[in-house]
Design a protein around this ligand. Structure first.
Ligand code: RP5
Length: 164
């Protein structure tokens, strides 16, 4: 039986990243965007990572979201191996609070880009929302769902009351 088609590959360097990256998965799920999430590391499992990237491309992936912490080279390694857009999410880290992850990820040398998002949950959710916006360019029902989401978010902000 053929593997289920997916549109987004979500990869993180460790299962310890999942608590944050589940925010990205939730957004994709809520918008009905088929994705596969895996914990695969650029340095601990380089061959398995390369194999998974090839499989995702064959299954129709249109983008990768890659999250890592510390010497966060995972997104760059994914971008080196795939021509698909790579969105990077720096993970909060134990000793440097994710600043190490952010600087590692955002400072890609010229030629192989990674679109780097904010550290942590906001970055995870926004990377997924950005993928939704990219896919919505050629998917009118998805574009409508994105517009509905943004309108409802705006209504919630306007309706919110500050404490007396
Ligand atoms: C990175 O090292 C991972 O992306 C994670 O953010 C960090 C710590 O990994 P573990 O030691 O928790 O597996 O590769």
């Amino acid at each position: 039986m053929a593997a289920k088609k997916i549109l987004v590959g979500v990869v993180m360097g460790s299962t310890s990243d999942w608590e944050v990256m589940s925010q990205a998965a939730k957004v994709l799920k809520d918008f009905g965007v088929p994705y596969e999430a895996r914990a695969l590391s650029a340095h601990r499992t380089p061959e398995a990572l390369a194999q998974w990237l090839r499989t995702m491309e064959k299954r129709g992936a249109r983008a990768f979201i890659a999250a890592a912490g510390g010497a966060a080279h995972l997104a760059g390694v994914v971008a080196a191996q795939s021509q698909l857009p790579v969105l990077g999410v720096p993970m909060p880290s134990k000793y440097l609070a994710g600043l190490d992850s952010l600087l590692s990820m955002v400072q890609m040398p010229k030629g192989i880009p990674v679109a780097t998002f904010a550290i942590g949950e906001a970055g995870a959710a926004n990377a997924a929302l950005f993928v939704v916006a990219m896919l919505a360019l050629s998917d009118a029902p998805l574009a409508k769902r994105l517009a509905t989401f943004r309108a409802s978010q705006a209504r919630a902000v306007i309706a919110a009351k500050l404490p007396d």
